[in-house]
Write a protein that binds this ligand. Structure first.
Ligand code: UGA
Length: 427
């Protein structure tokens, strides 16, 4: 059992904290956002994540997890401190390490005793950041510390499950003692554990997200090509995925990738490459391809409906994917803006993300159900892969919509069951 403190209670911080507490560690959480602290300590997760509410309440009740109001109270009992603050994109795509600097300074200021602690960066940071940003701040404080990097591979919507049952653990350490401490935290993990230096662990995270984003962009482009060449993507996908060097996962084409990670991390790596004299042409192409992929969905609508001016178009799924309320970089933004610029009346529905979406694009009429969204619609784009959307039938579209023009932007419907619907999907 280790005393762990987690700084930053966003999805990564909170899910990691709850997972560590569930596995028997004593965990303290801190966030600079007062209302977030209050919510979490009341057992109310500030975001939607499957299973987190029950798991959070359980560890709060068992007193394995508690939230404190000051950094001092977070640092004092901790043997290991996890930094889980955001590293967003700047205007130019580079990584903004402002939050990480501020949090590290605040940890250093709260570290009043001479106890040696292990500070672990879980935030996604470019290779070299822990050594160049976190280390000097801790060194200047004169406190005895060890440094680690433990990237997260949590998928939103399944973050708790991924935190509890990771498929691999990467532990970057500044020396053997840190590696030993970090390994002890993951003793119950039934998966490969890779021990590296700090920079390598940081790089593995970017390598993973860049590769996955590349796979998706490749699938999107391949599906576009299959359409043009009159070949079924389904069959090509099957054949492609059977190659054990490739595997079929993350090759589902659609309207492109969104979210808080792929776009930001690929941009940050591109920007870092340029700063270091490498032109990352492939990754630039991945971003460029992703920027325009949604246009295929708009083109299908225009093919069916002609001029979209005055047409009522429903977007189903406003978050960047199903099972989350996160709208960051959702493809619903460019889709909605493009439709609005063409004069369409845009209606949107999402089981969770409606209110957040309408704050950003208030011109979209956000409604409370699929039925309301489809009522009288001339066309619809399925942008989110919510299970409820995949249960929609041809009859639903034909009875609810003015004209049953359906663009499946996430490949969740079976075209064979869409008889009577003017059905399109990419590939
Ligand atoms: C991603 C990674 O999958 C996680 O491993 C990683 O920890 C996380 O980023 C992160 O860095 O924090 P996430 O952003 O939650 O997780 O979402 P994904 O499920 O990976 O989907 C990303 C986007 O790609 C979504 O818009 C999704 O619809 C799209 N996608 C995914 C496709 O279009 N096709 C696919 O085959 C897979």
């Amino acid at each position: 059992m280790t005393n762990i403190s987690v700084v930053g209670l966003g999805p990564v911080g909170l899910c990691s904290a709850v997972a560590f507490a569930t596995q028997g560690h004593r965990v303290i959480g801190f966030d600079i956002d007062t209302s977030r602290r209050d919510q979490v300590s009341r057992g109310e997760p500030p975001f939607y994540e499957k299973g987190i509410r029950e798991a959070l309440r359980k560890v709060l009740r068992a007193k394995r997890f508690s939230v404190v109001d000051t950094m001092d109270a977070a640092i004092e009992p901790a043997a290991v401190v996890f930094l889980c603050v955001g590293t967003p994109s700047r205007e130019d795509g580079s990584m903004d390490d402002g939050g990480l600097r501020a949090a590290t300074k605040s940890i250093a200021a709260a570290w009043r005793d001479g106890k040696r602690r292990t500070v672990v960066v879980k935030s996604t940071v470019l290779p070299g950041t822990t050594d160049n940003v976190v280390r000097p701040i801790l060194e200047a404080s004169g406190r005895p510390f060890r440094l680690g990097v433990n990237p997260e591979f949590l998928r939103e919507g399944r973050a708790l499950e991924d935190a509890l049952r990771p498929d691999r653990v990467v532990l970057g350490a500044d020396g053997p003692e840190t590696a030993r401490i970090l390994k002890s935290l993951y003793r119950s993990a039934k998966c490969p554990v890779l021990a590296t230096d700090l920079k390598t662990a940081e790089a593995v995270k970017y390598a993973t997200n860049s590769f996955l984003a590349t796979k998706v962009a490749f699938a999107d482009e391949l599906a576009n090509l299959c359409d043009a060449l009159g070949v079924s993507y389904d069959e090509v996908h099957k054949g492609l995925g059977l190659d054990s060097r490739i595997n079929p996962r993350f090759l589902v084409p659609g309207v492109g990738f969104g979210g808080s990670c792929f776009p930001k991390d690929v941009r940050a790596l591109v920007s870092a490459g340029r700063r270091h004299g490498v032109e990352p042409r492939l990754l630039e192409a991945v971003l460029a391809q992703n920027e325009v992929q949604y246009l295929r969905a708009i083109a299908f609508l225009e093919e069916e409906l002609g001029d979209l001016n005055g047409k009522r178009i429903a977007i189903l799924g406003l978050a960047f994917k199903g099972d989350t309320d996160d709208i960051r970089e959702t493809r619903a933004f460019p889709i909605a803006r493009s439709l609005l610029s063409k004069g369409a009346l845009v209606v949107g529905y999402d089981p969770l993300a409606g209110p957040a979406f309408s704050k950003v694009v208030p011109e979209v009429k956000v409604v409370d159900s699929v039925k309301e969204a489809l009522a009288g619609a001339d066309g619809t784009i399925l942008q989110g892969d919510w299970p409820a959307f995949s249960r929609l039938t041809a009859k639903d579209f034909m009875t609810m919509m003015a004209t049953p023009v359906v663009v499946d932007g996430r490949r969740i419907l079976d075209p064979k069951k869409m008889r009577g619907v003017r059905f399109h999907r990419i590939g």
